[in-house]
Ligand binder design. Structure first.
Ligand SMILES: Cc1cc2nc3c(=O)[nH]c(=O)nc-3n(C[C@H](O)[C@H](O)[C@H](O)COP(=O)(O)OP(=O)(O)OC[C@H]3O[C@@H](n4cnc5c(N)ncnc54)[C@H](O)[C@@H]3O)c2cc1C
Length: 412
C-alpha cells in the first residue's frame, strides 16, 4: 500500500477530508475531473446549519429531532449524531445578512491553503486536476487505489480511497443518471431557503398563498407542482433589508424585480397553519422584491451506504475495506429530505470522519507491513530453529512460536 490517502473530488467534503489527512500527519492526493476545485460547494449560498451556534434554538437534541423528522426516518440515527459536533466557533462567524456565502467562503479558504501546501511540500499534498477517476482498483475485497485517464492513457494511484464526488443534479456528461431520472432538467438559479426564512411569501398564479413557506422543501416543491403557475416569491422591504446582500445578488442577475404591493395578498391569519411570520405587517403601500419560481433538481438525496465511520458498505451491509465516502454522495445522513443548510455541515463533518477512518486504515496497514518485514528479519536470524512469528494488526500483538528438533522429535 502506498503512503497516501486518495481523495476523489475537490469540493467542500473532499477538501475537508484532505486537510484532516494533512493535520493527522498523512500524505494526500486530491483528484478532480474539473480544471478547478470547488464543485457545487462554491455555489452554495446562505445556509449552513450547526447545533450549538448562536442562531440555533433548542440545542443539539432539537436539531437531531428536526433532521430525523425531515428525513422521514430514512436516516441512520448514529449518522445524524455526528452532525451535532461541528465547530460552533467556525459557524458563528456567518450571519444571514453577512456578505459571505458560507459554502463559497469555506471552500475557497480550504482550496487556497491546500494549493499552498502542495506548492511548498509536494511530498505531503499532490493535486491532480482535469483528470477523471474511472475505476476503483481492488485486491480481493479491498479497494487499494484508483484509475484515471490522462491524455488517453490510464494511470494508477494506490492508497485507501475517499470518494467525495458530490451528487448528480448538475451532471450534464454523456450518459448521466440525470438523463434517466429527469430528462428535461435545465440549469436554473437556486432561490435560497433563507429568502423564505426571512419572511418571503410564495404566491401562485392567482396571487394566493398555497403552502407553508417554512415547510420542508419536498413539501413546498410538491405544492408548487400542484398549484397554478407562475409562482412568485415575494419579499417585503423589511425582509429584503434583512437579507440585503443576497437579494441584490438576485436583482443583479435579473432574477428579481421591484414592484408596488397593490396585487399582493395581505392576509395574516394563516389558512395553512404557518406559525411564524417575520417582518410583518405586509402593507399595500410597501415596495416588494418579486421573483418567478419553479421547482429545480438541486440535490441528490441519499447515495452510497456508509456506517458512522464513513466506511462504504456493500449490498450485504459488509464494509468494503479501503473505501470511504463523504459529502453529497454519502447516503443515510439526510434520508428522504435534507434540511436546508445541512449538506455543507455534512460535507465538513463526514469529510473529517472519512479522513480519520482512511488515515487509521492506512497507518494500520503500513504499520502491519513494516512490522511483518521486521519480523521476517528476526525469523531469518533464528534460522536454526523452526520459527513462526506473526503480527496481528487488530490487537497489535506479536505471536512467536519457536520449535526445535532433538533427535528427530519436534519440541515447542
Ligand atoms: C446553487 C446551489 C446552492 C446550494 N446552497 C446550499 C446551501 O445554502 N446550504 C447547503 O447546505 N447546501 C447547499 N447546496 C448543496 C451543497 O452545495 C452540496 O450538496 C455540497 O456542496 C456538495 O459538496 P461535495 O463536496 O459533496 O460535492 P461537490 O462540491 O459537488 O464536489 C464534488 C467534486 O467531485 C468532482 N468529481 C466528480 N466526479 C469525479 C470523478 N469521477 N473524478 C474526479 N473528480 C470528480 C467534481 O468535479 C467536483 O469538483 C447548494 C447546491 C447548489 C447547486
Amino acid at each position: 500500500m502506498s503512503n497516501q490517502v486518495i481523495v476523489v473530488g475537490g469540493g467542500l467534503s473532499g477538501l475537508s477530508a484532505a486537510h484532516k489527512v494533512l493535520e493527522r500527519g498523512g500524505n494526500v492526493l486530491v483528484l478532480d475531473k474539473n480544471s478547478f476545485f470547488g464543485g457545487n460547494s462554491t455555489k452554495a449560498t446562505p445556509d449552513i446549519n450547526g447545533a450549538l451556534i448562536k442562531t440555533q434554538i433548542g440545542g443539539p437534541e432539537i436539531f437531531a429531532q428536526d433532521t430525523a423528522r425531515s428525513a422521514r426516518d430514512l436516516a441512520h440515527p448514529d449518522l445524524i449524531n455526528f452532525l451535532l459536533e461541528i465547530l460552533p466557533l467556525l459557524l458563528n462567524g456567518f450571519r444571514r445578512n453577512s456578505k459571505m456565502f458560507p459554502g463559497m467562503t469555506i471552500t475557497y479558504a480550504l482550496m487556497e491553503v491546500i494549493e499552498e501546501i502542495a506548492n511548498n511540500q509536494p511530498d505531503r499534498a499532490r493535486l491532480i486536476k482535469k483528470e477523471r477517476v474511472t475505476k476503483l482498483i481492488k485486491e480481493g475485497d479491498a479497494v487499494i487505489g484508483v484509475e484515471y485517464v490522462k491524455d488517453g492513457q490510464t494511470c494508477k494511484e494506490y492508497g485507501p480511497v475517499i470518494l467525495a464526488t458530490g451528487g448528480y443534479a448538475a451532471d450534464f456528461t454523456e450518459d448521466p443518471l440525470l438523463k434517466k431520472y429527469q430528462p428535461d432538467a435545465k440549469i436554473k438559479f437556486l432561490a435560497a431557503e433563507a429568502l423564505r426564512g426571512v419572511g418571503g411569501l410564495l404566491l401562485n398564479g392567482e396571487g394566493k398563498r398555497f403552502c407553508d413557506e417554512l415547510g420542508h422543501r419536498d413539501y413546498v416543491t410538491g405544492d408548487i407542482w400542484k398549484t397554478k403557475v407562475p409562482v412568485r416569491l415575494v419579499l417585503n422591504s423589511k425582509a429584503s433589508k434583512e437579507i440585503e446582500w443576497h437579494f441584490k445578488h438576485y436583482v443583479g442577475r435579473g432574477l428579481m424585480r421591484k414592484f408596488s404591493g397593490e396585487a399582493l395578498a395581505k392576509e395574516i391569519k394563516d389558512p395553512f397553519g404557518k406559525k411564524f411570520f417575520h417582518n410583518i405587517p405586509i402593507t399595500i403601500t410597501d415596495q416588494f422584491h418579486i421573483a418567478l419560481m419553479s421547482p429545480i433538481l438541486l440535490y441528490t438525496m441519499d447515495g452510497i451506504d456508509i456506517n458512522a465511520e464513513s466506511e462504504v458498505r456493500d449490498m450485504q451491509e459488509q464494509v468494503i475495506p479501503g473505501l470511504f465516502t463523504s459529502g453529497e454522495i454519502a447516503g443515510g445522513i439526510h434520508g428522504a429530505n435534507r434540511l436546508g443548510g445541512s449538506s455543507l455541515l455534512g460535507c465538513v463533518v463526514y469529510g473529517r470522519v472519512a479522513c480519520d477512518s482512511a488515515s487509521r486504515y492506512l497507518f494500520q496497514n503500513l504499520f502491519s507491513a513494516t512490522a511483518n518485514r521486521r519480523l521476517g528479519q528476526i525469523v531469518e536470524q533464528l534460522a536454526p530453529y523452526q520459527t513462526t512469528v506473526s503480527f496481528d494488526p487488530t490487537n497489535q500483538k506479536v505471536h512467536l512460536e519457536i520449535s526445535w528438533s532433538i533427535i528427530g522429535t519436534l519440541k515447542r
